[in-house]
Design a protein. Sequence first.
Length: 320
Amino acid sequence: MSSGNSGSTVGPADCSGSVSVRAKPLIVYIMGDGRSGSTVTSVVLGNHPCISSNGELHRFSQFKGYPKRDNEKEEDHRFWQEVRRCYRLEGFSTDFEHLEDVQGVIENYHNFGRVFFDRVPPDISSEYKAHLLGLFKAIREVSGRDIIVDETKRPGRGYALLHFQETDVRIIHLVRDPRGVVWSQQKRSVEQKHKSPLTAAAHYLIKNLMAFLVQLRATRGKVMRVRYEDLVREPSRELARIGQFLGLSMDPVVAKIEAGEPLRVPSLLDGNRIRCQTEINLQFDDSWRRNLSFGDRLMIALITLPFFLLFGYWNYPYHE
């Protein structure tokens, strides 16, 4: 039985006219720094009838397969209950504390060098791979969809996924103006740990450097860069690019946005606070332009300068 990503019981999505019947699942991995719009991007993609967006899947072991505690949406709990059941029925390990340790060897930022230079012990790599393949298989079974979005963001996970032969992997390197990322991390209302502007800018530089290295190592056509600002301001154009990258027409999502319809929030295991809502409308957030001091803007631009220039934020057309 398939359970739709909204939690209701449905059959597999009708994906006629697209790459719908796949020999192996397509994993769309969102990689980059936190507060870069990954949850919004996941929601947008999850409104396609062939895509199951599931939030930050690295939390599956930490949460023991349950959605985050503050999520009171019944359909989300039903969805993840079915995923847990399918995962267990396949005989995959439910020693979640051990799985967290295994994930940490590959996904923790301070271990990125070991992963990038292929220094991870084979037994750890095998356990890690078995866990993720089991999770993807369970989500595919429950959702009835062959395309799964994981917004974990960590470069080590992205690099590891590129080596899986059992899945087709496409990575979206999601970027945002570093001034917007740093400002977002100053907000006391966000769930993530507060960072000073200096620390947040340094994290932006390091995490995007790791993501950039993953892209350099990846086979051509496996990684694309998307600017959060472009996706929210010009969704039709950016979704056309993403659709071409995935080999899937994004017209159903484009039509919904152009009609002014709200976007359904799918069953996200974790992500920012919009995971607890049932629907959202795309809204461009450039509040940093009104709130960041000139000194902070200059400091952020200097610390993140290589990517500030590479990503095109030195002359981004905010006024258009």
